[in-house]
Design a protein around this ligand. Structure first.
Ligand SMILES: [Cu+2]
Length: 133
C-alpha cells in the first residue's frame, strides 16, 4: 500500500461538489444571459431594406436598444441576394423582385448583416444594425 495520504472524499462530498459546480455554471449562464439581454421596450422597429447594384439601401439601420427589429428585405436588384445577420437570422436566397420578412429579435448591441451569395459581401453588400440608447 502506498504511504501517501490522500484526502478522504466521500461520495456525498463528491455529489455536493458536483451540485455546487453545476449550480455555479447555471448561475453563470443566467448572469451571462442577463448581461447580453437588455430590457425589452416592447416596441418594434420595422425597416425595409432594398438593393441597388451591390449595396443595401439603407446600409445603416438605427434601432433603439431593447426594440424588436423586423426587416422587410426586398430584392430590388438584378441578381440573387439574401440578407443574413450575425445572430443567424436572415432570408433565403431571393431572386430579383422577391421579398422576405426577417424577425431579427430584440436588439441589444450593434450587429452586422451581409449578403452570403458568392463574393457579394466583399463587393460591398454589408450593412450595420446600430443599437442606439
Ligand atoms: Cu448579394
Amino acid at each position: 500500500m502506498s504511504s501517501i495520504r490522500r484526502p478522504f472524499v466521500t461520495p456525498a462530498a463528491l455529489i455536493a461538489a458536483v451540485l455546487l459546480l453545476s449550480g455555479c455554471a447555471s448561475a453563470q449562464s443566467v448572469a451571462g444571459q442577463a448581461a447580453s439581454d437588455v430590457e425589452a421596450t416592447g416596441e418594434t422597429t420595422e425597416v425595409t431594406v432594398t438593393v441597388e447594384g451591390m449595396r443595401y439601401i439603407p446600409d445603416v439601420v438605427e434601432v433603439p436598444v431593447g426594440d424588436e427589429l423586423i426587416i422587410t428585405f426586398e430584392n430590388t436588384g438584378t441578381d440573387v441576394h439574401d440578407l443574413v445577420l450575425a445572430n443567424s437570422t436572415g432570408t433565403d436566397h431571393l431572386g430579383p423582385g422577391e421579398t422576405e420578412v426577417i424577425e431579427v429579435g430584440v436588439i441589444s448591441a450593434d450587429m452586422d448583416a451581409w449578403c452570403s451569395v458568392g463574393n457579394h459581401r466583399a463587393m460591398g453588400m454589408e450593412m450595420t444594425i446600430r443599437a442606439i440608447d
